[in-house]
Structure formats: C-alpha cells, structure tokens
Design a protein around this ligand. Structure first.
Ligand code: PLP
Length: 450
C-alpha cells in the first residue's frame, strides 16, 4: 500500500493514544515501516533517529539479531500458552533470571503486559495482602500514598495513584482515594520558599502524612529517583531511602514503580539499587523485552506472598490474571534482552553516554529560555521557560515543546515532549556518536522553535 492510502486509513480508523485526533490528521505524522539499529524508517524511506526509545522502551535498538533470533526460536516451540493451570518454560527461566538480578528479597514474579497493569497488580496485591492477613484491615486499609505529579499508567487504579491533574480531572469520580506526598523538586516550589526550605518542607510533609495516615495506608507507590512523565523530576539523594525507612517504621508496603527508570535507564540496572533500597513490590515493563513485545512484571517478597498461601478452601489466592499473562514470545525476548545487557556491557554504555550528555547539556546552561536541565543516566528533561529569573512558563497555546518536536523531526530525529519539557531518552544501548547527533539536532530544534 502507498503512503497516502495508508494515511487515509490511519486517519479514518486508527484512534491514537493521548492524541487530539484533528491535530494528528493535520500533521501527517511519519508512518513507520521498519527499523534499523537506533533508527526508524517510514513508508517514504525517510530515516529518523529514535530519540525517545519508542516511548522509553527500546534498549538495544531495533532489529537486533540476537533478539530477533530468540523470538524466532521461541516461535518454533510455541507462541503462547496459559499460566492458569499450566506453567511454561520461558516464564520459569525469566522468573529465575529476574530474581537473580533484582534487589534481594524480591522472590516472586507475577506477569502481565504493560506498566499500568504491573502497578495495578501491585496495588491490588497490597490491598489483598492486608485483607488476607487480617480481614478487618480490608475495611480500614483503603488508602494509598503516592507522589504529587506521579504517573503510574492509565488503568483506573494506576490513575488513582497518579498526580498529573489533567489525567485526573475527567475520571475523578471513578478514582479511589490517595494521599499525595509533595514532590521534593525545588524548581517547581511554591512562592515563599527557597530551594533549601522547600526540600525541608517536603521531607517534613512526608513524615507528617505517613504518621497521620499510616493506619489507613495499604501501600506507598513511588517512581524511584526520577518522576519521568512529570517532566523528569529528580528527587534529591536520600529521599527514596527516607521513604523506605518511614514505610518500614509504619508497616506500609512500598511499591517501586521502575517501569520507566528500571533496566539501566538511571545508570544502574534498577534505580532502587542507588539508595540500597529493597521495596516490597517492584514493577517493571517497557524495556524488559528490549522494547520488542508487551510484557510486565510485578515482583514481590516472600513476606507478601506468604499472606496468599493457604488451602483451596481458604480462598485467599490473588484474584487477578490476564489471558496473555507470561506470554512465551515476550518472555523469550526478555531473556534475550537481559543476556544482551551482559554481552554488550550495556550499563557501561549508559555510563559513557551519560557522560556525553552531561558535557553536551552544559552548552544549554546559559540558554535564555532553558529554565532547568534535569539529567540522570539516559533520561533528560530540558525545561523551556519564557523567563528564567521568575521561572515563568511560555503560554500553553504556543505548544513550544511540540514545536521543538516538529523541528527535530524535520531534521531526522524523533522526540516527544512533556509540555514544555523537551525529553531525550536515548536507548541504553545507543552509541555515543548517535547521542551526539541527538543533542545536535534537538538543541538546534530548540533555537528554531523559539
Ligand atoms: N509507570 C511509569 C513510571 C511510567 O512511566 C509508565 C509509562 O510511561 C507507566 C507506569 C505505564 O506503562 P504503560 O504505558 O506500559 O502502561
């Protein structure tokens, strides 16, 4: 089919996510037909550097021979069989590998298929954990703590613990109650605070809100170190550790949502490692299959899982499961992805490219419209503001972040902004010279758009 014909059908029938469809139709977005390493190629043969890892999930590139081969080999065995009443070879092998690589104590692996479901499952498991331990607790442990500006996905549960107001407003009536903990990021502090006094306030509020609500809290859910979809908001050192100390003190299970930050993105395999934290639940998705196939896991400790042990007549099993839970092709892709982390020394590459990013981002430090640059590993947010002094945003209707995206795309680089925060998310395996190309194009696009 020709590009025009495909585009007509896309415009007519494909309902794109998080997309105002009129704008999508007007813009004539590229229709991707193939991939090659870290590039995407459209139906007109144009090639684009994949600057946000295909929405933060690509790890080793596209059409990676080892990954392609692992999926083909699995296809020769079987594509899918259920985990309800049966087990499967790749899901067993992957569980063993994940338990080996994640922080100690996380010994149980529950499979699903997206970041949202990984979080949804952790929330439901935490809720049922209390109910199983003490039925009275299912009546009283009905509250979740989450971070202001958090994003944990789009199911009703994961939106309930999200803090991005535009996603909340419309579904407000359907959501359950949560306690929002102030986000310890000084750049967005309210009037009247200095950077230091705002961080002090955030730590004090964390303590106060947990102390006040601990008897009702079923769990505390957090994106460790970096709140990605909020615009790469980065917590100060020691914050996650403090969250862990307090949640332990009050007996509140901690859910670490590493859907975005896991799998090498922050410079270590898992972000929790950087603060020596073991959560009670760990949620992974996105990069787990190298960005090839939908797969997610919710990992839990023995202590959590023990509350679900019992005889058939105890009816305390975890009442949740999806048709494609533990899909064999996806598990095979995940196993091959983890193997490549070792073979390609991908974490070393992240450290190298992170150093390149540090060096290149310094060029923007004095830029008159760059308010703050936030960077960790291969996660970057460049916040554009109309006035650096007052940290005043550009008028929203300018859609400046989006204009940067269009300018970059014209010059062969795909990025996707979060409002006026320009996001760079090179794949953990992207070589340094391509990271340089990403910076060259996006920095020029910022100047072109303003
Ligand atoms: N949690 C975090 C931290 C995320 O960044 C995302 C997606 O960006 C999700 C959960 C939801 O993942 P998915 O889009 O796979 O449902």
């Amino acid at each position: 089919m020709q590009s025009d014909e495909l585009r007509n059908i896309d415009n007519e029938h494909v309902w794109h996510p998080f997309t105002q469809m009129q704008g999508h139709r007007d813009e004539e977005v590229p229709i991707i037909e193939s991939g090659d390493g870290f590039f995407l190629i459209d139906t007109d043969g144009r090639s684009y550097l994949d600057g946000v890892s295909s929405l933060w999930c690509n790890v080793h590139g596209h059409r990676v021979p080892e990954l392609d081969q692992a999926i083909r080999a699995q296809l020769d065995q079987i594509a899918h069989s259920t985990l309800l009443g049966l087990a499967s070879v790749p899901s067993i092998e992957l569980a063993e590998e994940l338990v080996k690589r994640t922080p100690a104590d996380l010994t149980k692996v529950f499979y699903s298929d997206s970041g949202s479901t990984a979080v949804e499952i952790a929330l439901k498991m935490a809720f049922q954990y209390h109910a199983n331990k003490s039925p009275a607790d299912s009546q009283t442990r009905d509250l979740f703590a989450c971070m202001q500006h958090a994003y944990h996905g789009d199911t009703i549960g994961s939106v309930s613990v999200g803090g991005i107001s535009i996603f909340h407003q419309i579904f407000g009536k359907l959501l359950f109650e949560s306690v929002q903990i102030p986000c310890p990021v000084a750049y967005h502090r309210p009037e009247g605070y200095t950077e230091e006094s705002y961080l002090e306030f955030c730590f004090a509020e964390l303590e106060r809100l947990l102390a006040e609500n601990h008897e009702r809290l079923a769990a505390f859910v957090i994106e460790p170190l970096v709140q990605g979809a909020a615009g790469m908001l980065m917590h100060p050192a020691g914050y996650l550790k403090r969250v862990r100390e307090l949640t332990r003190q009050y007996g509140i299970p901690l859910i670490a949502d590493e859907v975005a930050v896991g799998l090498g993105r922050t410079g270590t395999m898992f972000a929790c490692e950087q603060e020596g934290v073991t959560p009670d639940f760990l949620c992974l998705a996105k990069g787990i299959t190298g960005g090839y196939l939908p797969l997610a896991v919710t990992m839990a400790t023995d202590e959590i899982a023990a509350a679900f042990e019992g005889a058939h007549t105890d009816y305390n099993a975890f009442y949740h499961g999806h048709t494609y839970t533990g899909n064999s092709l996806a598990c095979a892709a995940a196993l091959a992805t983890l193997k490549l982390f070792d073979e390609n020394r991908t974490l070393d590459n992240v450290r190298e490219t992170s150093a390149v990013l540090t060096q290149r981002l310094a060029e923007l430090k004095e830029h008159p419209y760059v308010g703050e640059i936030r960077h960790k590993g291969v996660m970057v947010g460049i916040e554009l503001v109309a006035d650096r002094e007052t940290r005043t945003a550009f008028p929203a209707e300018l859609r400046l972040g989006h204009q940067v995206t269009l300018a970059a795309r014209k010059n062969g680089v795909i990025v996707r902004p979060l409002g006026d925060v320009v996001i760079l998310m090179p794949a953990p395996g992207m070589p340094a010279e391509l990271v340089e190309q990403l910076c060259d194009t996006v920095f020029a696009a910022i100047d072109e758009a303003i």
